[in-house]
Write a protein that binds this ligand. Structure first.
Ligand code: E4P
Ligand code: PEP
Ligand code: MN
Length: 456
C-alpha cells in the first residue's frame, strides 16, 4: 500500500475545474471532520464475500443508476431500486445455486467522467454536466458552474440513502418469501411471463420444501446489501478516507466498494494510486482497448498480495468484442496467479444514439454481452463472477427491447436519466430471468457448490 496522500503528486483525469480553490479547501476540511458513511469492518466483510466470488463460490450482482441525483432521494425511489436488486438477486440465487452478493451503484454515485469537457447548444458553450456532486444539469452558466458545496450535499445524500437502505433490509424488506411474491407478480403481469413460469414454479417448490424442513427463508442472508460508486472525485474520496483504529489501514469510508472507471485507470495517474492506498475491495473497469501490460500492472499495483476479494475487473467490451477480447484477459490474470472476481458490465460497450438523439441501449445487446461473457469463461473453465447493470426501479423508457417492449420511438416518453440509459424495472427482471435461463440451458458452467465450512 502507498501513502494515502501520494496520489496528490500525480495527474488526475476528469476532475472538475473548481472556480474557487479556497471554497473547495473549506468544504474538504469540513468533510474530513464528518463521521464515516460505512465502517471498515463492513468493507472487510464485503471483501470476504467477493473472495468467494473470485473462488467460484458466489455470484455478484451490482446495479443502480448511471448517475444518482439529489432530487431522486425519495423513500419510494430508493425502495424500488433496492427492491429490483433484491428480486434479481433471488432469481440469480436460485439459478446459480450459490449466494448472490448484492451491491448497489448507490449512496455515492454522484459524479461522472465525460467524453467531452464542454457541451454546445446553438451559440452557447458551457461546461458539461459532471454529476450532481459537481454541477447542475440545467443548461445555464449558473447551473453548470462547479460548486464545491455540492460535495457536502453528496455526503448528506449518501447518508440518507444508506440510512433508508439499512432500514429496508434490516426491517424485513429483504425477506425471501416477500421477494419471491414480487417476482410472482412480475411473471403474472409480464407479456412474456409464460416463458418464466416454470422457473418461478421451481422457486415456489424450493421455498415450500425449505419451509417444510423447518428452515426460515428470511434468514438466508438475502438482506445483506452493500454500497459502491466510482471513485472519481479524488478530493472527496480522500476527505472521506480514515485510518481504521483496529488495523491502522486506510479505508475510503464513502462506500463499501469503489471502482476506477475506464477513463481514469491510467497506471501513472492519481486514481490507481489512490485505490492502491486504501484497503476497501476495489474494481477497475476494462474496455476492449486494454493491453496485456496494463492488466498485469493493475494487478501488481492493486493486488500485490494476490488476496481474493481485493480486486475485481468489471469488463465492458461490447457485444461484438467480448468473445474475442475477454478470453485473453482471463488468461493473463491466470498467468499472474491473480484471484480476480470477473464482473460483466454489458451496458457501457453497447450504447448508441437513436435518430431522436437519445443515448440508448438495446436489451438484446445487453443480454448478448452477458452470454458472451459466460461463453468466454466456460471456454476457459473460469468463473463468470457477476454482472454490473445500470438500472432503476422506475418505469422509465431509456433502453429499448425487453418483455414489455420499448421501441426507438418510445424513448421520449419517460427518458429521465441524468447520464446513461438504464434498464427499467421490467427490463432488469427480464435480464435476471433470462440469465437464469442460460444456467438452466447449461449454456454456462455449473458453479462448484460452496463448501459447508465456508458457508456465510
Ligand atoms: O457512464 C457514463 C458515460 O458513459 C460517460 O460519462 C460518458 O458519457 P458521455 O459520452 O455522454 O460524456
Ligand atoms: C462511466 C461509466 O463506465 P465506464 O468507466 O466503464 O465508461 C459508468 O459506469 O457509468
Ligand atoms: Mn454510465
Amino acid at each position: 500500500m502507498t501513502d494515502v496522500d501520494s496520489w496528490r503528486l500525480l495527474p488526475a483525469a476528469q476532475q472538475p475545474d473548481w472556480p474557487d480553490p479556497d471554497a473547495l479547501k473549506g468544504v474538504l476540511e469540513e468533510l474530513a471532520s464528518y463521521p464515516p458513511l460505512v465502517f471498515a469492518g463492513e468493507c472487510d466483510q464485503l471483501r470476504e464475500r467477493i473472495a468467494r466470488v473470485a473462488k467460484g463460490e458466489a455470484f455478484l450482482l451490482q446495479g443502480g443508476d448511471c448517475a444518482e441525483t439529489f432530487d431522486a432521494i425519495t423513500a419510494d425511489q430508493v425502495r424500488d431500486k433496492v427492491k429490483t436488486l433484491l428480486q434479481m438477486g433471488a432469481v440469480l440465487t436460485y439459478a446459480t445455486s450459490v449466494p448472490v452478493v448484492k451491491i448497489g451503484r448507490i449512496a455515492g454515485q454522484y459524479s461522472k467522467p465525460r467524453s467531452r469537457p464542454i457541451e454546445v447548444r446553438g451559440d452557447l458553450t458551457l461546461p458539461v454536466y459532471r454529476g450532481d456532486a459537481v454541477n447542475g444539469q440545467e443548461f445555464t452558466a449558473e447551473a453548470r458552474r462547479p460548486d464545491p458545496e455540492r460535495l457536502k450535499r453528496m455526503y448528506h445524500a449518501s447518508a440518507s440513502t444508506l440510512n433508508l437502505i439499512r432500514a429496508f433490509v434490516t426491517g424485513g424488506y429483504g425477506d425471501l418469501r416477500q421477494v419471491h411474491e414480487w417476482n410472482r407478480d412480475f411473471v403474472n403481469n409480464s407479456p412474456i411471463g409464460a416463458r418464466y413460469e416454470a422457473l418461478a414454479r421451481d422457486i415456489d417448490r424450493a421455498l415450500t420444501f425449505l419451509a417444510a424442513c423447518g428452515a426460515d427463508p428470511g434468514e438466508f442472508h438475502l438482506a445483506e446489501f452493500y454500497s459502491s460508486h466510482e471513485a472519481l472525485l479524488l478530493d472527496y474520496e480522500a476527505a472521506l478516507t480514515r485510518t481504521d483504529s483496529r488495523t491502522g489501514h486506510a479505508y475510503d469510508v464513502s462506500g463499501h466498494m469503489v471502482w476506477i472507471g475506464e477513463r481514469t485507470r491510467q497506471l501513472d495517474h492519481a486514481h490507481v494510486e489512490f485505490a492502491a492506498s486504501v484497503r476497501n475491495p476495489v474494481a477497475v473497469k476494462l474496455g476492449p482497448s486494454v493491453t496485456r501490460d496494463e492488466v498485469l500492472a493493475l494487478i501488481d499495483r492493486l493486488d500485490p498480495a494476490r488476496e481474493a476479494g481485493r480486486l475485481s475487473f468489471i469488463t465492458r467490451m461490447g457485444r461484438d468484442k467480448v468473445r474475442d477480447v475477454l478470453p485473453s484477459l482471463i488468461e493473463i490474470a491466470a498467468e499472474a496467479e491473480a484471484p480476480i472476481a470477473w464482473i460483466c458490465d454489458p451496458m457501457h460497450g453497447n450504447t448508441f444514439e437513436a435518430a431522436s438523439g437519445h443515448k440508448t441501449r438495446h436489451f438484446d445487446d445487453v443480454l448478448d454481452e452477458v452470454t458472451g461473457f459466460f461463453e468466454a469463461h466456460r471456454g476457459l473453465g473460469s468463473h463468470p463472477g457477476g454482472i454490473h447493470i445500470e438500472l432503476t426501479g422506475d418505469d422509465v423508457t431509456e433502453c429499448v427491447g425487453g418483455g414489455h417492449p420499448i421501441g426507438l420511438t418510445d424513448l421520449h416518453r419517460r427518458y429521465q436519466t441524468a447520464c446513461d440509459p438504464r434498464l427499467n424495472r421490467y427490463q432488469a427482471l427480464d435480464l435476471a430471468f433470462q440469465v437464469a435461463e442460460l444456467y438452466a440451458d447449461r449454456a454456462v458452467p455449473a458453479i462448484p457448490r460452496p463448501r459447508i465450512a465456508q458457508a456465510a
